[in-house]
Design a protein around this ligand. Structure first.
Ligand code: AMP
Ligand code: TRP
Length: 328
């Protein structure tokens, strides 16, 4: 069975966009692959986070992932910082990557744009090396990521090949996969923009753990257009098209089927149906989330995973250390 690995940075609350675009894909793929999913908490440190807040978000993500259907029978769910070997390997990779290639990472360029060099952490610059370590340490075959992260998976491929050429076959060269079944979900108030967790307070973004009635209101007041026919036209009807994408994803039907269903409906009726689906999803996730928190189940899972991932990672790091010639 091929091994799949992906990580999520605990830098904000998880949104409906994360669920439809990523999380749900993991849940679907976990039976096809030996799946490793982790909370990339060390990656959050590239910028300052309130420590108490960060800890809370890490635990929340674990519980939400379990609530959304990641099943410990198929998926090894763990927290990156609880496996210290990631940073050991990151150092080796840092010493085999170059300032030039790291300077070309578009995420770094975006995130450091307009900032004074004295205000950019070295971690922000080298984090793709840590990400490569996250991937290579487990011999991952496939890495599902959003388009914005594809360049980093390509760096991981390059680093694996470079290391293998220099020191002998050590790392598997991973393939990025961009999940295609998940629609991209847009901001409800500004449907040209991706629905994003960094827009936490906005009326355009639905959080998986938010009050369901507040989520319903956000759908009901989503921006539409002056026509009153429900059909998909991303260019001229971005708001309605976004709601159609949300509805069809949650119902597991095609956009055409959704269009058909609402061809006689006005916007109010249509939105009510979308809101009902979103409320149903959130209620279900939140009920399971509360069960997970109350049961102490998450800690047990994390402990089991931890033993497993450390053993795998230790072996890989010892091999890499030995290949480069450090130690006795
Ligand atoms: P991010 O929250 O941007 O770190 O992304 C985590 C994962 O969720 C990535 O795989 C993204 O592609 C996916 N994702 C985030 N926001 C959306 C969105 N609005 N629509 C679809 N997928 C999303
Ligand atoms: N850097 C990714 C992000 O910002 C998260 C991440 C860290 C990751 N390590 C990874 C994703 C390894 C896939 C594989 O979203």
């Amino acid at each position: 069975m091929k091994r799949l690995l992906s990580g999520v940075k605990p830098t904000g609350e998880l949104t409906l966009g994360n669920y439809i675009g990523a999380l749900r894909q993991f849940v679907e793929m976990q039976k096809e692959y030996e799946t490793f999913v982790f909370v990339a908490d060390l990656h959050a440190l590239t910028v300052y986070n309130d420590p108490t807040e960060l800890k809370r978000r890490i635990k929340d993500i674990v519980a939400v992932y379990l609530a959304c259907g990641l099943d410990p029978k198929y998926t090894t769910l763990f927290i990156q910082s609880e496996n210290m070997y990631h940073t050991n390997l990151a150092w080796i990779l840092e010493c085999n990557s170059y300032m030039g290639e790291m300077s070309r990472m578009t995420q770094f360029k975006d995130k450091s744009k307009g900032k004074n060099n004295e205000a950019i952490s070295c971690g922000l610059f080298t984090y793709p090396d840590l990400m490569a370590a996250d991937i290579l340490i487990y011999d991952a075959d496939v890495v599902p990521v959003g388009v914005d992260q594809k360049q980093h998976v390509e760096l991981a491929r390059n680093l694996a090949e470079r290391f293998n050429n220099k020191y002998g076959e050590t790392f598997k060269v991973p393939e990025p996969i961009i999940p295609s079944s998940g629609a991209k979900i847009y901001d409800l108030q500004n449907p040209e923009k991706k629905m994003s967790k960094t827009e936490n307070s906005s009326k355009g973004c639905i959080m998986l753990l938010e009050d369901v009635e507040s989520a319903r209101k956000k759908i009901m007041s989503a921006v539409t257009d002056s026509e009153s026919k429900v059909y998909y036209d991303k260019e001229n009807k971005p708001g309605i098209s976004n709601l159609l994408a949300i509805y069809s994803s949650l119902k597991g039907i095609s956009i055409e089927e959704a269009e058909n269903k609402f061809k006689e409906s006005n916007y109010g009726e249509f939105k009510r149906c979308v809101a009902d689906e979103v409320v149903k999803l959130l209620t279900d996730i939140q009920n399971k989330y509360n069960e997970v928190l109350e049961s102490g189940f998450a800690d047990k899972i994390l402990d089991d995973s931890n033993a497993k991932v450390r053993a795998i990672a230790q072996k890989k790091v010892e091999e890499a250390f030995s290949k480069v010639g450090v130690g006795r």
